[in-house]
Design a binder for this molecule. Structure first.
Ligand code: 0PR
Length: 398
């Protein structure tokens, strides 16, 4: 078959192949990928987007937000999307962009903080639990991360954070949903420290940004994490995580235009005359921003609230089930739909391997497994996972 030859040589075929042949080959090859609908993906902060969002996305693939003068309507809708996200984060006049994901959002935030501090280098105080995108940002931006330990609740130790501040500090970072355990740092206290020392405060709510705003209406204790805290300068909030949007869709929001301007670049030669960019990418997906716009309007606050309610309800079921299995426990009571699972009796890596053999995909952190309950996870998946965990523990312990 000609397509097999091209696979071996890695060359583009001389003569184009029929679409059917290619689609057949593609489908056969993609069979090895895991699917969200199988329920086996418990390690991911992304999910299968609702078909409405996919529809909007795939119809608008040609839109390029890197050239807003060609696509002024799309650019305006991106800004409307940013304002909708701003209103979710207690600041409807927030400025910012729909970017490629949490990594780009965190890079842009530290880029702005460094420029606002008028420094070419500097230090950033982050909890040790911060996502590795901050290491990338620091490397790119000539910044040094000062990593602060956690308290007994796995939150950033506020006293240690204050001690870590120096004349070189350009920003403090707090987490609203840590990657490993979904923990929210004591952001109220961090905000006070940031204000006392006059330092930029960035909140990484890449995951929690679409969870925490619904706590109050769902009857949970609200945790302050957003622009309602006076010192918060920027927030990362990712539509392609709990916002259910198609990948790539991240969000970087600044408190006001002056902060956003710190990373603004003028592009003088495009058809619209002088245009501006405040993102890392130049050419970037308009389809992503339009899909987020459509999804926010379609699901509405109540749609998102009931998705969060479903994920949290299943999370508590999982926790109860884990605690009933001898030898397993949760690392800490979850704040949101991210659960750390540890064992006092068996090596957690063996549990990970046994789960993998049974097709389950969970994440392996140094001392625990991470399970993320996303909207694609259903009650029967949790039931079947718990049954497998029970069997695995019985076998490993004998
Ligand atoms: N901030 C936080 C708190 C994160 O957890 C992540 C990624 C990021 C920033 C970076 O976001 P992007 O990956 O969008 O740039 N959190 C997930 C993680 O590392 C990303 C992920 C998603 C990993 C799906 C695997 C997967 O299947 O676990």
């Amino acid at each position: 078959m000609p397509s097999e030859n091209t696979q071996k040589t890695g060359r583009i075929p001389e003569q184009g192949l029929p679409q059917d042949t290619i689609i057949q080959e593609l489908e056969a090859k993609l069979r090895r990928d895991l699917t969200y609908s199988s329920g086996k993906i418990l390690c991911s902060m992304c999910t299968d987007p609702p078909s409405f969002a996919k529809q909007v996305y795939h119809k608008r693939l040609e839109k390029n937000l890197g050239d807003p003068s060609l696509f002024p309507a799309s650019a305006e809708l991106e800004q409307e999307t940013v304002r909708m996200l701003g209103s979710l984060l207690s600041n409807p006049t927030a400025c910012g962009s729909i970017v490629s994901g949490g990594t780009e959002a965190n890079i842009v935030a530290l880029w702005a903080a460094r420029n606002l501090a008028r420094k070419e280098r500097g230090e950033v105080v982050v909890p040790v639990s911060a996502h590795y995108s901050f290491d990338k940002a620091a490397d790119l931006l000539n910044l040094k991360l000062i990593k602060v330990n956690l308290n007994s609740c796995y939150q950033m130790d506020v006293k240690a954070a204050e001690k870590a501040i120096s004349s070189e500090t350009v920003a403090i970072v707090g987490l609203a949903g840590s990657t490993g355990l979904g923990v929210v740092d004591p952001l109220h206290e961090l905000s006070e420290i940031a204000s006392k020392h006059g330092i930029y405060l960035h909140v990484d709510a890449a995951f929690g940004g679409f969870v925490l705003p619904f706590f109050k209406e769902l009857g949970y204790k609200p945790l302050p994490f957003d622009f309602s805290l006076p010192s918060v300068c920027s927030v990362t909030i990712d539509p392609h995580k709990m916002g259910l949007a198609p990948i790539p869709a991240g969000g970087i929001l600044f408190r006001d235009a002056a902060m956003c301007e710190a990373v603004r670049m003028k592009v003088p030669y495009l058809v619209g005359g002088e245009t501006e960019q405040s993102t890392l990418l130049g050419t970037r997906s308009g389809a992503s921003a339009l899909a987020v716009w459509a999804l926010l309007k379609h699901l509405g606050r109540s749609g998102y609230a009931s998705i969060v309610e479903q994920c949290l309800g299943l999370t508590w079921k999982l926790v109860e089930g884990i605690q009933r299995i001898d030898g397993l426990d949760v690392v800490t009571k979850p704040t949101m739909n991210v659960v750390g699972v540890k064992s006092g009796t068996v090596d957690i890596r063996s549990v990970f391997q046994e789960l993998r053999k049974r097709g389950w995909a969970v994440s392996l952190f140094p001392d625990y497994l991470r399970i993320v309950i996303m909207p694609h996870t259903k009650p029967l998946h949790i039931k079947s996972l718990l049954e497998d965990l029970q069997r695995i523990l019985e076998n490993l312990e004998t």
